[in-house]
Write a protein that binds this ligand. Sequence first.
Ligand SMILES: Cc1cc2nc3c(=O)[nH]c(=O)nc-3n(C[C@H](O)[C@H](O)[C@H](O)COP(=O)(O)O)c2cc1C
Length: 143
Amino acid sequence: MNASEIDQLIRKRRSVFPKDYTGEKVSDEIINQMLENANWAPNHKLTEPWRFVVFTGDGLKQLAAFQSECYKSVTIANDTFREDRYQSLQTKPMQSSHFEEAKSFFGLGPYDKLCGFLHVGMPKATLPDGRRRPISEKVKWFK
Ligand SMILES: Cc1cc2nc3c(=O)[nH]c(=O)nc-3n(C[C@H](O)[C@H](O)[C@H](O)COP(=O)(O)O)c2cc1C
């Protein structure tokens, strides 16, 4: 792949959200490739401080049940419970093919940090063009 193809790959990549997934399962081989690539991220002194948890199939149901019940118990206790939010937590993970996360309910230690959730699925449509404000607004050169 040449430099211009790499530029295109970076600029044409899009975020696609669960409502725009077909429901088709992404193969475990592709998920493994994604994880292998993620494992090559640059990091401080090669400490490789990341861990991944992958939810797929029945795992997504377990995650949805855990998240919605956790939300319910916390929000009922502080009187902020919302039925629509509860329903959304019960159904949203099901729209994904895989879902990666790391959190205390999976036995992470007190110093581990939950860095994020990544929904993975097959996009329904071709990807739209992206939008970014021009780099000229954001760069200052010192020469
Ligand atoms: C690390 C990261 C965190 C993000 N967090 C959110 C988020 O919390 N909520 C959200 O709606 N989108 C989130 N996004 C998606 C961005 O909104 C999305 O990247 C942005 O709209 C630009 O679209 P593009 O990625 O298709 O160019 C996140 C993206 C990244 C890379």
